[in-house]
Design a protein around this ligand. Structure first.
Ligand code: PLP
Length: 406
């Protein structure tokens, strides 16, 4: 089924606005995506008719709020095809989810000289939590390299895996290069040695179907705000048998069973990892976003984004003096590029004056920038509400930048 993009755009009020007297061309979707009315309305309705703290009260509204929150968990479970609600932990986002795993998994399983494998293309969120844990435990981080096309060098992974490897944590899709990593292959290799795998899905859930059972990953993490949902809410999926072995990450209300000064016991999954008042309204909004995304048709979204990808890739490739990073055949429409002799920041500033929102800088990927010897790039990230006309606006904008600085 073809996507009716013009109709879809009506669902996103912000896309109608002007920026610097130009129609907004929003190409910063990898940083955060815009929100459809379905999400805005669901949160508005929650706050105007149901709002009350969850899991605590005996009163009517508290029951309704708890039901909405737990329904959001079911929606999330079904969205990624987890086995059980107990495998879905609500967090504040991808970063919080990785910190949780790095801390709790580290406490339980990582000792001196043990090794953790990451990759060069990881977002800082999938580096720093592991570094903090490795420092604490005197463990060692090993890194999968990236080739010139912006793909992981899997032959090197074979060499990195050893008896000391305790976990592999890699991104499903690169936020800078757009590369879709061969995660099934990585998981198979890891599991053949009994090593669990965490996938950072921050850039993946909004660009296709994610089935955690089919992938057989041990942990999968993502953020609501990148999949058309609100900020401050995200997900940690973990296999129940693994999560149940991990100690709590943060302490507080709701995550406990019995508290005494002599010692306390902890709640069952998933609550053991949800200390304090969670972002329950955010969970409701994120569930509305997941429903909206599914109802729009994930196959149609993927097919449309692929057409956009080919169109933009082809046009960018033809621009003289433009170098594109990330040339994998397996990719999403996220484009990182530089223009000869023009600083990415200058490119971004001129595009902004034309109403075109792109991101410039290192995109929280400093080791990847170092790999390519770059101070930063311009990144244009598309999604299913972007049009071919907007792609043309980007190309025209780049030509203007070249003229101005040429
Ligand atoms: N991982 C990847 C691949 C990302 O692109 C991002 C955000 O850009 C993150 C992690 C961090 O996500 P958040 O800031 O929502 O926690």
């Amino acid at each position: 089924m073809n996507l009716d993009v013009e109709r879809i755009r009506q669902d996103f009020p912000i896309l109608k606005r002007q920026v610097h007297n130009h129609p907004l061309v929003y190409l910063d979707n990898a940083a955060t995506s815009q929100k459809p009315l379905a999400v805005l309305n669901s949160m508005n309705e929650f706050y105007t008719t149901i709002n009350s703290n969850i899991h605590r009260g005996v009163h009517y509204l508290s029951d309704l709020a708890t039901e909405s929150y737990e329904n959001a968990r079911k929606t999330t479970k079904n969205f990624i095809n987890a086995r059980s609600d107990r495998e879905i932990i609500f967090t504040s986002g991808t970063t919080a989810s990785i910190n949780l795993v790095a801390y709790s998994f580290g406490e339980r399983y990582i000792n001196e000289d043990d090794e953790i494998i990451l990759s060069v293309m990881e977002h800082h969120s999938n580096i720093i939590p592991w570094q903090l844990m490795a420092e604490r435990k005197k463990a060692v981080i090993r890194v999968i390299p990236v080739n010139d096309n912006g793909e992981l060098v899997l032959e090197e992974l074979e060499k990195l895996i050893s008896k000391k490897t305790k976990i592999i944590a890699v991104t499903h899709i690169s936020n800078t290069l757009g590369t879709v990593n061969p995660v099934s292959e990585i998981i198979k290799k890891a599991h053949s040695q009994g090593i669990p795998v965490l996938l950072d899905g921050a850039q993946a859930v909004q660009h296709g179907t994610v089935d955690v059972r089919e992938l057989d990953c041990d942990f999968y993490v993502f953020s609501g705000h990148k999949i058309y949902g609100p900020t401050g809410i995200g997900v940690l999926y973990g296999k129940e048998e693994l999560l149940s072995q991990l100690p709590p990450y943060q302490g507080g209300g709701d995550m406990i069973d019995n508290v005494t000064f002599a010692g306390s016991t902890f709640n069952v999954l998933p609550f053991k990892f949800e200390a304090g008042t969670t972002n329950f309204a955010g969970a409701v909004g994120m569930a509305a976003a997941l429903d909206y995304f599914s109802n729009t048709g994930i196959d149609s979204i993927v097919s449309y984004e692929n057409d956009l990808l080919k169109y933009v890739y082809e046009k960018l490739s033809r621009i003289d003096g433009l170098t594109l990073f990330g040339k994998s055949a397996s990719r999403i429409p996220v484009f990182s590029f530089i223009l000869d002799h023009i600083h990415p920041y200058d490119t971004g500033m001129v595009l902004d004056k034309l109403g075109i929102a792109v991101r410039t800088g290192t995109h929280c990927n400093q080791p990847l920038m170092d790999r390519f010897g770059l101070p930063g790039t311009v990144r244009a990230s598309f999604c299913f509400y972007n049009t071919f006309a907007e792609a043309d606006a980007l190309i025209d904008g780049i030509m203007k930048v070249k003229q101005m600085f040429g």
